[in-house]
Design a protein around this ligand. Structure first.
Ligand SMILES: Cc1ncc(COP(=O)(O)O)c(C=O)c1O
Length: 443
């Protein structure tokens, strides 16, 4: 029957066919018309939508009404992309925009070894596979490291897109919960070990962390490395915020863990480092030959990472030292601005983040989704408001993060001060404030 009705062009036509069969029933025809439309795959339906999309519409509406909206919700830096690199790139005589090699332009990969050397990371150009942003690197790893149903242990809260990448590859995220009261310090190694099952294939950490700004030092990484080795797991480290470690903390890459050459893999990107999110240039870095071969197969399927982006990225490596020092100093000023202001706000729980350009805060509210919407729809302070990311979207465990938000300090200090003025005022007048229990106030 379905085949017979496939060619009905309209509801009317379909109803007529029914007539011919003496089933003159328009409602049934409507149902059939719906059924014969091609349907989105189950996988396509289940891809998680960004939990923050509704807020974007509300922010647009707030702006259309004339409100100034301070965006602390996204990791899009306002820092200039290195101007010298852009100038050098503009002088290039480009005649044909060719595919680059699928694993990246050879001269760029070679130059990147100098960049890694500056962190005492000893890798060859062969260990570096260029990807379309860190995002594609993460996707390739989901396919290359895991079978369907395999598990990856990730400290939560975590970068929300890990959910989507895991889901499309049928990888199961096993979250291990970190708490704001400890500044989101990693749980003990024993806690990690308890999460390991026969299906566990990897531990994935983000260092420094988005969304918490947490920094993991050499000692913790050595412990995680030993665990990965003991249980023969991949240790995947997303190090896209490598440059931004504060308080004289030295960044230590998992690539420097000794004896873990087969286990360790790093996801990298120029998006945040060089404020070049639109260049779409990232990398997977590993010494594991089998993994390289598998990632390369995926890379060859999509032919080429962005050629122009790689040319620009190559220019950025010369002269990067001063640029990165200045950028880090600027983020550090912003970090202190946000931290100092949050510390002074009544009933707000926060901490000094050690890296990246994010922090979490717990507010005296029950539902951060509602609070973030209300900020855009019902609140302004001197014609301005702010946009934050509700915390729950960064947790895999249902119910967590409902009274938390993430802030990205991607605005200059003067705008941040104004955004913090708005927040302070908003927390005073929000109609659904709750009383924090005594112990939480002094966390
Ligand atoms: C932790 C982390 N990993 C990966 C990415 C992806 O970055 P891109 O694809 O722009 O390199 C982001 C972007 O915000 C991120 O925060």
């Amino acid at each position: 029957m379905h085949i017979k009705f496939r060619h009905a062009k309209s509801l009317e036509g379909l109803a007529c066919q029914y007539c011919a069969l003496n089933i003159n029933h328009e409602v049934k025809a409507k149902t059939l018309l719906n059924n014969i439309m091609p349907s989105i795959s189950l996988r396509g339906q289940q891809v998680p939508l960004s939990p923050f999309r509704k807020l974007v519409r509300l922010a647009d509406a707030a702006k259309a009404m004339g409100k100034e909206v301070y965006h602390l919700n996204i990791g899009q830096p306002d820092i200039l992309t290195p101007p010298a690199a852009i100038a050098a790139f503009q002088k290039k005589d480009i005649q044909i925009l060719e595919y680059s090699d699928a694993i990246g332009i050879a001269s760029y990969r070679k130059k990147l070894t100098q960049y890694y050397q500056s962190f005492d990371i000893d890798v060859t150009a062969n260990d570096i596979l260029i990807t379309t942003g860190g995002s594609e690197g993460l996707q390739f790893l989901m396919y290359a490291c895991f079978n369907r149903g395999d598990e990856v242990i990730i400290p939560e809260p975590f970068y929300a897109n890990y959910n989507g990448f895991a889901q499309i590859a049928d990888v199961v995220i096993k979250p291990i919960t970190c708490a704001i009261e400890t500044g989101f310090a990693l749980p003990s190694i024993e806690d990690f070990e308890r999460k390991i099952t026969p299906n566990t294939k990897a531990i994935l950490i983000t260092n420094p962390n988005n969304p918490t700004g947490c920094f993991y030092d050499k000692e913790i990484l050595m412990q995680l490395g030993a665990l990965a080795k003991q249980y023969d797991l991949y240790l995947i480290a997303d190090e896209v915020y490598r440059e931004f470690c504060y308080d004289s903390q030295d960044f230590y890459s998992v690539l420097n863990l000794k004896g873990l050459e087969e286990h360790v893999v790093v996801v990298d990107s120029i998006s945040k480092r060089f404020s070049a999110c639109g260049a779409r240039v990232g990398a997977v870095v590993t010494r594991n030959e089998q993994l390289k071969t598998s990632v390369e197969k995926y890379a060859r399927l999509r032919l080429s990472p962005p050629g122009l982006g790689q040319m620009l990225a190559e220019e950025m490596i010369d002269g990067m030292y001063d640029y990165l020092m200045q950028t880090k100093a600027e983020y550090n000023r912003r970090r202190m601005t946000v931290f100092n202001r949050l510390q002074r706000m009544e009933d707000v729980v926060s901490y000094l983040p050690g890296g990246a350009f994010y922090c979490f805060a717990k507010f005296p509210i029950e539902d951060a989704d509602h609070f973030c919407e209300w900020l855009l729809t019902d609140f302004d302070y001197n014609g301005a408001t702010l946009m934050l990311s509700p915390g729950a979207g960064f947790y895999a465990t249902p119910g967590l993060g409902k009274d938390e938000v993430r802030m990205a300090y991607i605005l200059n200090t003067s705008k941040l001060e104004k955004a913090m003025d708005c927040l302070e005022q908003a927390l005073k007048v929000y109609p659904h404030k709750v009383q924090l229990p005594m112990e939480a106030r002094f966390a």
